[in-house]
Design a protein around this ligand. Structure first.
Ligand code: SF4
Length: 369
């Protein structure tokens, strides 16, 4: 999602006459597009900004902007933590960046834009893509799920679906530029729903579901392949799997984050499904979609995760045999419910559990090769 957001920002600036610098040292403006989802990601951002300090002290350049989810989470406090930052812009405020840079270059001091509920639709009419062979396309923004460990609903806002017509228009224009493959992006794509004004029935707009959107994407001339992330196990269903099996351009890859193999932990995470439900879904998906590759996310060290909870997660991974697994260590995030719980699994144990799952996943991959 951040890769696409960076392209959107670059596109907005190129339209205003800016050029992309070949290397950071040559840049007059450096915008750091940030992720807040784990502490590790935030730590890296502060360290990157710290590296710019020396040049800025010597030459007064570059203008430094911190944009994206950390900007929304930290807001004004960014300037206290990193006084060399000039610009702070949240993910829904990116359309303000060109104007704010004008102000900064005119010497108006620091600039901040955060808290907008929704992006301006025009940000998606970008002329800039970094990779012509594959492009990401946002179909929705934000999330309503409030998983207890997750900062996304607080920084990206409530769930909004983009208009189906707009999405199709965007993909058509990408295809004209030579893009052959796309990934549809959303925090929870299975709850996508838009009012498509091109399908008016008896004076009423027809609502377009995610499965219907997949049909529309599959029908685009010149597009060769597409996939989508991320599906939520409480919303993914048989209709989706059947559609994936049916559509010739749809990659047979499903990213279905399980997070934990323990019902007790899933409940504390507010994930809205049980391990039994997840297993049933995974089994159905594999049966219905020939050649399916199943991916997942797993988090270790959520507050109170016991040896037994972890053993259940390990067992689930052995049972389902994911083709891809993104493994994370829990870290408390600002604003979240889980941050009120005691972070009582030590870093050492988190590391050890993370390593066990990583080793398992690597080994099972090797065996498959
Ligand atoms: S579904 Fe849960 S983990 Fe995913 S973005 Fe929404 S709140 Fe975060």
């Amino acid at each position: 999602m951040n890769i696409r957001d960076s392209e959107l920002v670059a596109g907005l600036l190129i339209k205003k006459g800016y050029e992309l610098a070949a290397i950071e040292k040559e840049a007059d403006i450096v915008l750091v597009n940030t992720c807040s989802v784990r502490q590790h990601a935030e730590d890296r951002v502060w360290s990157e900004i710290g590296k710019l300090k020396k040049r800025k002290k010597l030459t007064g350049k570059p203008i430094i902007g911190l944009i994206g989810c950390m900007a929304q989470a930290w807001q004004q406090a960014v300037f206290d933590k990193a006084p060399m930052v000039d610009l702070v812009v949240g993910p829904n405020n990116i359309s303000a960046i060109p104007g704010l840079l004008d102000d900064l270059e005119a010497g108006f001091g620091r600039a901040i834009a955060v808290g907008k509920e929704q992006r301006d639709a025009f940000v998606y009419n970008t002329e800039y893509i970094s990779d012509k062979s594959h492009c990401n396309v946002n179909i929705m923004e934000g999330c309503n799920n409030f998983c207890s460990y997750c900062i996304v609903p607080f920084v990206r806002g409530r769930e909004r679906s983009r208009d189906a017509e707009e999405i199709i228009k965007e993909i058509n224009s990408l295809v004209k530029k030579g893009v052959k493959e796309i990934t549809l992006l959303g925090q929870n794509v299975n709850s996508y729903k838009s009012q498509d004004t091109s399908h008016k029935t008896q004076g009423k707009d027809k609502s377009v579901s995610f499965v219907e959107l997949l049909d529309m994407v599959n029908a685009i001339n010149g597009l060769e392949k597409f996939d989508f992330v991320t599906s939520h196990p409480k919303d993914a269903n048989i209709a989706l799997f059947e559609k994936m099996a049916e559509l010739n351009k749809c990659r047979k890859f499903l990213h279905l984050p399980v997070q934990s193999g323990s019902d007790r932990i899933l409940k504390k995470m507010n994930r809205g499904y049980t391990v039994a439900h997840y297993k049933k879904l995974a089994k159905a998906a594999k049966e219905i979609i020939p050649g399916l590759r199943l991916g997942t996310d797993v988090m270790v060290g959520f507050p109170s995760e016991s040896e037994k909870d972890f053993a259940d997660t390990y067992q689930l991974m052995q049972e389902i045999k994911f083709e891809a697994a993104y493994l994370f260590k829990y870290s408390p995030r600002l604003y979240t419910k889980a941050a009120e719980l005691k972070d009582d699994v030590s870093e050492e144990i988190k590391k050890a559990r993370h390593k066990i799952l990583l080793d398992y996943q690597r080994q099972s991959h090797k065996k498959k090769e």
